[in-house]
Structures are given as C-alpha cells and as structure tokens.
Write a protein that binds this ligand. Structure first.
Ligand code: NAD
Length: 498
C-alpha cells in the first residue's frame, strides 16, 4: 500500500543531524499493520544537554533578529508545508494511522498556524499608556524568554508541534522539541521544513526518545525556561511538579471528556452527523473527541436507533484506503486499555449496543466503533478519558440537567449543544464550564486564530493558538522613559502637587 520501510531519522542539534550519543535506537511502528517502518535515536539526558546548549547559544542572535525577519522565515515554512501537504499527510496516515482527509487537515492546521504566526512578526503588539507624570513615556512590550522545551503527543503529529514551535520562534525564543515516541519520524519531517526554510542552526533542535528519559531531562534542565506540554493529565501533573522546583513557566494542554447534548428540538440529521464525526473521527483519539452523548429523553430512542445504524456502517481500515472511515488506534497498549473499558462499562451496568470488540486484521491495532447505552453520569466510562472509538449514551430530562451532567467531570475542554432555541443556546454558552463551546456543531473543529484550551484538569489555564499563544512564549517588559530632565517620583510628586 505504501513505500515507507526501513526509514532512519536522527536528532537535529545545532543544525546537524546526529545519532544519540549512546548509539541506541528505537523503532517506529505502523499502527495499521503492526510493522516496523523505521528507527530514530533513543536519546537520553546527554543529547538533551547538547540540544539545550545549542539552543542557548543560538538565542542571542535569534532574539536580536527583527521579528518581521523572523516572520519571513515562518512564511517560507508555511509555503513549504503547502508544497509538502500531500506527502506529509500520506506519511501521517502510515506512521500515526489517521485517515488521509484528516491527515491533510492536520497539516493544514500547521499551514494556517505558520501564516498566522508569520504575520505576528509584524504585530507582536504591546501597549502604550500615559504616564501620571509630565514628560515621561511608558509602554509594555513582549520580550522573548530563552530556551523553550516543546513536548508533544502523537495524535496531531504536525499540528500540535506547530501550535508551540511557531509562536515560540516568532517571539524570539529558541526551541528543543521532543516529539511523541509513536510519531517521531513525522516530528523530524516537520523540523526538516524549518531547516529548508533557512532557520539558523540551533534555533530549533530535535531530540527523540522516551518521555520518562528525554521529556523529563528537558523539564529538569535549568537552562530550559519554558515548557510547553500537550499530553495526558497524568504526565502533565508530573511535568508541572518537576518544573515547579525551578519556577519554570509551564503551559499544559491535557485530557478531555467532552460531551454533545442533543435537545428535543434539535435538527437530528445534523446532530447525528456531528456525533459520528466527533466520536469516531481520528478513531476517537482527539483531546476534543466526543465521548459522552447526553440525549433529551423525548428523542433518546429515535436518536439512539439512528446512531446504532450509522455506527454499524463505519468501515475500519488503513488510513490510506479511501474506503476507510475509521483507522487504527495508536498502539497495542492503547488497544488493551480501550478494550478494558468495555469490560468496565458492562460491570458498571451499561449495555454494549455496537462494537465492544477488537477487530483482528492480522497485526494492526483496530477497535470497533462502540456505543455504551444506559450509562449513568458517575460511571467510569462517563468520567475517565478512554481515548478510543467509544461513546457513552446518557439520558437527561432537561437542558439544566444535561448541562449539570456535562460539567460533572474533572476535565473541561469542549462541550456542544444541539438546539433550535436561541435562549437555550445562550444559557448553555453561559453555563458550560469548558474552554470551548460549540452550538449546532460537534466537539471538534477548532480554528487556529482563536484561543484553544480547557478548564480544570484539562490544563493550567494557558491557551494555545491565536494571540493567546504569545503569552506562553513571551514576558512583558515594562519601560519608563523620563525625558523631563528632573527626578520625578511616581505616587509621591503627583499626589503632593495635587
Ligand atoms: P502522554 O502524556 O503519554 O505523552 C505526551 C508526551 O509527553 C510524549 O511526547 C511523551 O513521551 C511525553 N512524556 C510522557 N511522560 C513524560 C514525563 N514524565 N516528562 C516529560 N515528558 C513526558 O500522552 P499521549 O498518549 O501521547 O497523548 C494523548 C493525551 O494527550 C490524551 O490525554 C489527550 O487528551 C491529550 N491531548 C491533549 C490536547 C489538548 O490540547 N488539550 C491535544 C491532544 C492530546
């Protein structure tokens, strides 16, 4: 089906492609077949130290490069990503497993982010305000911070690194990037584009390897001033704890347990399409995936019947096969975890309406799209992130009850309501406790020029994308220029004179 075999990638440190200092390698496995497709360095703390040193050395000249000039390189990144979109998408369908149209979307997100952040090179707005004293000027401007550590998951192998690396670079920081261990080769392909776009050596560095070794070394390195992390809540907690002792700035984008609410007045055709797309798109492996469906009792039976039919029609297969609706899950451990939740759901009293089984295809990691019915809001399948193609159906008698159920989880990423009633829509917008709210649209589909992130255990209050991404990668420098020629004392001279 494809030509990706026996590939080899290396770390990228100070503008050189180098193996791990230990000489160790780790394999990258194609989830649709279980076959090894290539290898990357299994790096350790020494490699991280070398990369941080290169990034630190490059920081001095990069921070002094005018932001519009930094932006010009990012415009070239955007154009190269456009040229390579199909090639990268096909490779993503192999190394990560998502279906080709979604893989194209993943790369498109990086293209959009590259154009947006390149444009920021000519903005990076600060604020100018009036002084309380005469002949004195004050303003606040964004200053770069230093070396940024970027740690990413496998589910958006190009898009998520782009959300972090591009804003970090436009602000004038240098970066050490550790991609997920399941998609390290896509991480390397992304870095190659920056090299080709003319980014100076050392400004962006790549170190592949296990999270507990390479990720942790990056978090603990004293010269890494910012950590931008996307992954599970469990790993995020470890990262935040380790970084806290050094008072590092940490941005965390973590798990979700998102819901779609369908009211009795909803357009059910539209809601059905959105539920299928949100629950089973990317095989349910999106942080914004819908994993709870809260149905108004009046439409529950009709909607469930239609949903069962639509779910049964979904075709499993390789991401490159145009017939495939749902690709594999990422690896064998994920498959075991997902299947364990089917057992847990049944033990708790839920019914499996469709799926609930591993799909054997001779080596790949596939799970049948699964519907759990009769789920109570407190069941583990309604509270914990499964990160697979599994949807729990919960019944509610009113919008108020449905919102309460929606908000009853530890996470707070994305919530969606289907209704034709504008009053109900505004009530939900006000009362949903998540960072993202959708009306008459599923839980997935964020745009790069709007803030992205969640509340509660989904993160620590930072937001990615848009202008808000700049807050993670810059610090405010406040400047006072007194051109009065005399010592003017703020708070004292102004008030004494009055
Ligand atoms: P993960 O936490 O296992 O790994 C994420 C990254 O962190 C990987 O690169 C991993 O190697 C590294 N890592 C693991 N332990 C580490 C440690 N102790 N120190 C430093 N680095 C460490 O997550 P995953 O399985 O790759 O991704 C799935 C998770 O990511 C899900 O929970 C999903 O909801 C979440 N996610 C969140 C968002 C968001 O924006 N909120 C987006 C996508 C995915």
């Amino acid at each position: 089906m494809h030509e990706y075999r026996n590939l080899e990638y290396r770390n990228y440190i100070g503008g050189q492609w180098v193996p791990a200092q230990s000489g160790e390698w780790m394999e990258s496995i194609e989830p649709a077949t279980g076959q090894v497709i290539g290898r990357v360095p299994k790096s350790g703390p020494d490699d991280v130290a070398a990369a941080v040193e290169a990034a630190k050395a490059a920081f001095e000249s990069w921070r002094l490069t005018p932001a519009p000039k930094r932006g010009e390189i990012l415009f070239r990144v955007a154009r190269l990503l456009e040229e390579r979109k199909e090639e990268l998408a096909r490779f993503m369908a192999v190394e990560m497993g998502k279906v080709l149209p979604e893989a194209r979307g993943d790369v498109q997100e990086a293209i959009d982010m590259a154009y947006y952040m390149a444009g920021e090179g000519r903005r990076l707005f600060g604020k100018t305000v009036h002084s309380e004293l005469p002949n004195k000027s004050c303003w606040s401007e964004r200053a770069p911070i230093g070396v940024v550590g970027v740690i990413t998951p496998w589910n958006f192998p190009i898009a998520i690194p782009s959300w972090k690396i591009l804003p970090a670079l436009i602000c004038g920081n240098t970066v050490v990037f550790k991609p997920a261990s399941d998609t390290p080769m896509l991480g390397a392909e992304f870095v190659k584009i920056f090299e080709e776009a003319g980014l100076p050596p050392g400004v962006l560095n790549l170190v592949t390897g296990p999270g507990g070794r390479v990720g942790q070394a990056l978090v603990e390195h004293p010269d890494v001033k910012v950590i931008s992390f996307t992954g599970s809540t469990e790993s995020g907690r470890q990262v935040a704890t380790a970084a806290a002792t050094q008072l590092k700035k940490v941005a965390l984008e973590l798990g979700g347990k998102n819901a779609i609410l369908v009211m009795d007045d909803a357009n059910l055709d539209l809601a059905l399409e959105a539920v299928i797309w949100s629950a089973f798109g990317t095989t349910g492996q999106r942080c914004t995936a819908c994993s709870r469906l809260i149905l108004h009792r009046a439409i529950k039976d009709e909607f469930t019947e239609r949903l069962v039919e639509a779910t049964r029609r979904l075709k499993l297969g390789h991401g490159l096969d145009p017939e495939t609706d749902v690709g594999p899950v990422i690896n064998a451990a994920a498959l075991r975890k997902i299947h364990a939740y089917t057992g847990i759901a049944q033990q708790e009293g839920a019914t499996v309406l469709v799926g609930g089984r591993v799909w054997e295809n001779g080596g790949g990691f596939f799970y049948e799209p699964t519907l759990f019915d009769g789920v109570a809001p407190h069941f583990r399948v309604a509270q914990e992130e499964i990160f697979g193609p599994c949807l729990s159906i919960i019944t509610a008698d009113s919008l108020e009850e449905a919102i309460k159920i929606n908000n009853s989880v530890a996470y707070g990423l994305s919530s969606s309501l289907f209704t034709q009633d504008v009053n109900r829509a505004f009530q939900a917008i006000r009362d949903f406790s998540s960072g993202l709210v959708y009306i008459n649209h599923g839980t997935i589909g964020a745009e790069t020029h709007l803030p992205f992130g969640g509340t509660n255990d989904t993160g620590n209050g930072t937001r990615e994308a848009a202008w808000t991404a700049l807050d993670t990668f810059s610090e405010w420098k406040t400047v006072y220029v007194d051109w009065s020629g005399r010592l003017q004392r703020a708070q004292i001279d102004t008030h004494d004179e009055a």
